[in-house]
Design a protein around this ligand. Structure first.
Ligand code: ZN
Ligand code: FE
Ligand code: FE
Ligand code: ZN
Length: 268
């Protein structure tokens, strides 16, 4: 069975993705997807950076854009409206207030920052040289748990993004991942199989098979996302994602509407 849904894709509003949203939808149909969701980077609330996210004032443009794709492709493709919002400790209430303004089908919560350090940003790569990698991982996982406990998000994005540039911890951090699984279960969040890791130096899907097995054992549901920043990336490596999920023990994945799981789809 092909994976039928791709819930993670961007638009040019974020300043680092290219291609019209219509081109993403066309590509989705070409690759056999029946459901997509846009999940562009929500405005940063801590500071402005037009190369990372849209501006707050552009939120209405984003929603008009997704609505027009939805109308244009109705009958051919189900188009969901999502968003990828940063988890920033201290900004929980402001994030909630921002997200309450629109009727999303799902909200992806992502940890891209440790304090003010954008650890997955190529421009800030040098920081890695002066950091203790084990500590960075622990801090990242701690923030992931805080993001779940904030109860702002439906899906947590790329839950080991910290491996992006191929820095790996020396210590075995299985205990941290088990604690993540416990908190994810308690808060009811879903995680995503994000295939974009294959296109990054880590050359591996997020999360790792080691981690995914732990999440599967705990019964954390999954969605699939390509994290496309170009139309050609829509649906990319979904077969690998499916194999990854099966290898971890998953039997199914979920679909969202109006911030609720509305369907489970079998992997076989
Ligand atoms: Zn991006
Ligand atoms: Fe992200
Ligand atoms: Fe993304
Ligand atoms: Zn992402």
């Amino acid at each position: 069975m092909l994976i039928i849904s791709d819930y993670h894709m961007h638009t040019p509003l974020c300043g680092h993705a290219t291609g019209a949203p219509q081109a993403y939808a066309k590509r989705a149909i070409q690759t056999g997807l029946v459901e997509i969701g846009f999940s562009d980077h929500a405005p940063l609330l801590s500071h402005k950076d037009p190369t990372i996210t849209m501006d707050y004032s552009q939120l209405p443009i984003y929603h008009d854009m997704v609505e027009s794709v939805r109308a244009e492709f109705s009958g051919e493709l189900t188009v969901r409206v999502g968003i990828e919002a940063d988890y920033m400790a201290g900004y929980e209430d402001r994030t909630k207030a921002m997200l309450a303004q629109y009727p999303y089908d799902y909200v992806i919560g992502s940890v891209h920052f440790i304090d003010k350090w954008g650890f997955d940003d190529p421009i800030q790569l040098k920081q890695w040289d002066i950091r203790d990698v084990d500590e960075v991982y622990r801090e990242y996982f701690r923030l992931l748990r805080k993001s779940a406990l904030a109860r702002i998000f439906d899906i947590l994005g790329h839950v080991d993004l910290v491996k992006k540039f191929n820095f790996h911890p020396k210590k075995d951090l299985t205990d941290e991942v088990e604690e993540n699984a416990r908190i994810f279960k308690k808060t009811g969040v879903v995680i995503e199989i994000n295939t974009s890791g294959l296109r990054k130096p880590a050359k591996e899907i997020y999360p790792s098979l080691h981690d995914l097995k732990i999440y599967c054992q705990k019964g954390i549901p999954i969605t699939f996302g390509s994290d496309a920043h170009r139309p050609e990336e829509v649906g990319m490596d979904m077969d690998n994602g499916r194999e990854w999920a099966l290898a971890a023990g998953y039997k199914e994945y979920v679909l969202f509407e109006k911030r609720k799981i509305v369907k489970t789809v079998g992997l076989v």
